[in-house]
Design a binder for this molecule. Sequence first.
Ligand SMILES: Cc1cc2nc3c(=O)[nH]c(=O)nc-3n(C[C@H](O)[C@H](O)[C@H](O)COP(=O)(O)O)c2cc1C
Length: 189
Amino acid sequence: MNEKHDLKVEQLENYLEGKTIALCVTGGIAAIETPKIARHLRRYGAVVKAYVTPNALKFIGEASLEWATEKNVVCNLSGLAEHICLEDLVLVAPATLNTINKIMYGIADNTVTSLVASALGSKIPVYFAPCMHGSLYNNPFFQENLKKVDQYGIKIIEPRFSEGKAKIATVNTIVSSIINHYNPEVVLK
Ligand SMILES: Cc1cc2nc3c(=O)[nH]c(=O)nc-3n(C[C@H](O)[C@H](O)[C@H](O)COP(=O)(O)O)c2cc1C
């Protein structure tokens, strides 16, 4: 048996074959969902690379994301110029209020905000899957920024509202949204 067998995923369909996806993880509780998101994207053929903010690492370990993506995780910017986006699509999940607001003000001060800045400048599609307490979701700066995402071509994967929170969309909804970017006709079960 291949010694890396543990890292493999079952191939379901090839909707994302040939696509590379930057999975950008920020510091929200829903970061614990990201290994599942990475592996589910891979089941449809995507190659996934994880980028994390320093705060994301309070919620999810580097090893879990490395295992889930079968790739090294970008935790810091270095001379390898990890801030230049080379992937086909960027998915920020979970997307915190802090990271969304920073991106919308053009700030590029860590792995995730820099990568998104580069993606937007290269017209690479960017998706945000927000997740936060209701009080943060209703924050006026955040609401103003949400209204503007369209004009920059950024897509929002709508959160689920319950228990006073804007909870991250389900893994299936997030993966469906990415698949639908390339295959609008596909309906995932
Ligand atoms: C237990 C805990 C849970 C948090 N959950 C969220 C969250 O779901 N969404 C959010 O926007 N911020 C959340 N925060 C606050 C962020 O971690 C904080 O704003 C941080 O600066 C985000 O950094 P980043 O966007 O660079 O990752 C949480 C903080 C703590 C301590």
